[in-house]
Design a protein around this ligand. Structure first.
Ligand code: NAD
Ligand code: UDP
Length: 320
C-alpha cells in the first residue's frame, strides 16, 4: 500500500516541489496550506492526481487528518525577510504553536516527522563555514528574531518530542534555496534580481554587497530532504550548497546571465543581515551520501528561463 505523507506549506515554493517529488515516488500526498505566502498555482497541476488532496487550513489552529499517516513534512512558515517582517506574530505562531500541532499529530498517528529548520538558527555567524555543532549568534529581540527564534524553538520542541515521547524526528537546516515558483516580489535576493532584470530596473544591492550567501538549487534541496526523511538520523543536518559568493559578485553574474546592461544601486543593509553564510555539509555527505549536483550557473539559467517564460499576466498574478 502507498505510504501516506502530510506536507504543510504545500502551496509554497519548497512545499510544492516536495509534493511533486513524493507523488512521483508513489506516495499518497496530503498538502496543507493557508495560502498566507503560498499560491495555489504552484500545485494546480497536482489537483487531478488521484494520490493528491489539498486541505486549506491554518496549522496554528488544531490540525486534524483522517486516517493513517506515515510521514509529516512540516514546511509551513513565511520564509523571506519581507514576509516575516510583515507578519511577525504569525511567523512566531506557525513555528511554535503550528509545530506543536504537527508534532502532536505525528505522535497521534505514530508518524515520522521532518521539520524545515534554517541556516538562520546560526544568526549572523561567527563560525565559518557553519557546522551543526555551532550554537549560533541570534539577536532574539531584533526584527529577524521572530523567524530565527521561532525556528530555534521549533528545533527545541522537536528534540523534546523525540527524547520524551520517542517520536521519530528529523531536522533539516536549510540554507538559501532557489528555483522556479519563488514569488517574484518575496524580497529574497534571487527573485528580486530576476524581477528587476525582467522589468529593466536597476539591481538593488543592500549594504556594500560584501555579505555572502551560498545558493542551493531546489532539485538538490529536495533530494537532500528526501534522503534525510528516509534516514535514521535525528540530529540536525545542514542541507545547502557550499559554493559561496558575495552579493555584489552575484549581482554581476545576474547582469551577465540576463545579457542586460542594468546598473547596480546600493540600498541600506537591513538590521542583523548575516555577513557570511556557507554550510558545512560534511554531515549530510556522510549520513545521507548527498551533495548538491547543480551548479549555480545551471540552476540560475533554469530559474531565469522559467520566469522569462511566464506571460505578463502570469508574472503579475505571481506578484500578489
Ligand atoms: P514559502 O513562503 O514559499 O512557503 C511557505 C508556505 O507555508 C506558504 O505556502 C504559506 O502559505 C504556508 N504557511 C505559512 N503559514 C502557514 C500556516 N499558519 N498554516 C498553513 N500554511 C502556512 O517559503 P519556502 O521558501 O517554500 O519555505 C518553506 C519552508 O522552508 C519554511 O518553513 C522555511 O522556513 C524553510 N526554509 C526555506 C529556505 C529557502 O531558502 N527557501 C531556507 C531555509 C528554510
Ligand atoms: N539582498 C540584496 N538586494 C535585494 C534583496 C536582498 O542585496 O534586493 C541581500 C540581503 O541583504 C542579503 C542577501 O541579499 O544579504 C540574501 O538575502 P535573502 O533575503 O535572499 O536571504 P537571507 O538574508 O534570508 O539569507
Amino acid at each position: 500500500m502507498a505510504k501516506r505523507i502530510l506536507i504543510t506549506g504545500a502551496a509554497g515554493f519548497l512545499g510544492s516541489h516536495l509534493c511533486d517529488r513524493f507523488i512521483k515516488e508513489g506516495f499518497e500526498v496530503i498538502g496543507m496550506d493557508n495560502l498566507i505566502t503560498g499560491d495555489l498555482r504552484n500545485i494546480e497541476h497536482l489537483i487531478k492526481e488521484k494520490n493528491f488532496e489539498f486541505h486549506h487550513h491554518d496549522i496554528t489552529k488544531f490540525v486534524h487528518v483522517a486516517g493513517n499517516l506515515d510521514y509529516i513534512l512540516h514546511f509551513a512558515s513565511p520564509a523571506s525577510p519581507i514576509d516575516y517582517l510583515k507578519i511577525p506574530i504569525q511567523t512566531l505562531k506557525v513555528g511554535s504553536v503550528g509545530t506543536h500541532h504537527c508534532l502532536g499529530l505525528a505522535k497521534e498517528k505514530n508518524a515520522r516527522i521532518l521539520i524545515a529548520s534554517t541556516s538562520e538558527v546560526y544568526g549572523d555567524p561567527q563560525v565559518h563555514p557553519q557546522n551543526e555543532e555551532y550554537y549560533g549568534n541570534v539577536n532574539a529581540i531584533g526584527p529577524r528574531g521572530v523567524y530565527d527564534e521561532a525556528k530555534r524553538f521549533q528545533e527545541s520542541i522537536t528534540m523534546a518530542y523525540h527524547r520524551f515521547h520517542g517520536l521519530e524526528t528529523r531536522i533539516a537546516r536549510i540554507f538559501n534555496t532557489y528555483g522556479p515558483r519563488m514569488r517574484l516580489n518575496d524580497g529574497r535576493v534571487i527573485p528580486a534580481f530576476i524581477g528587476q532584470a525582467l522589468r529593466g530596473e536597476d539591481l538593488t544591492v543592500f549594504g556594500d554587497g560584501s555579505q555572502t550567501r551560498s545558493f542551493c538549487f531546489v532539485d538538490d534541496q529536495v533530494e537532500g530532504i528526501y534522503r534525510l526523511l528516509l534516514s535514521d538520523y535525528s540530529d540536525p543536518v545542514n542541507i545547502g550548497n557550499p559554493h559561496e559568493i558575495s552579493i555584489l559578485d552575484f549581482a554581476r553574474e545576474i547582469i551577465k546571465l540576463t545579457g542586460t546592461d542594468q546598473k547596480i544601486v546600493y540600498k541600506e543593509l537591513p538590521q542583523d543581515d548575516p555577513m557570511q553564510r556557507q554550510p558545512d555539509i560534511s554531515r549530510a555527505k556522510k549520513i545521507l551520501n548527498w551533495e548538491p549536483k547543480v551548479s549555480r550557473a545551471e540552476g540560475m539559467k533554469i530559474t531565469y528561463d522559467y520566469f522569462r517564460g511566464l506571460s505578463q499576466d502570469e508574472l503579475q498574478k505571481r506578484e500578489h
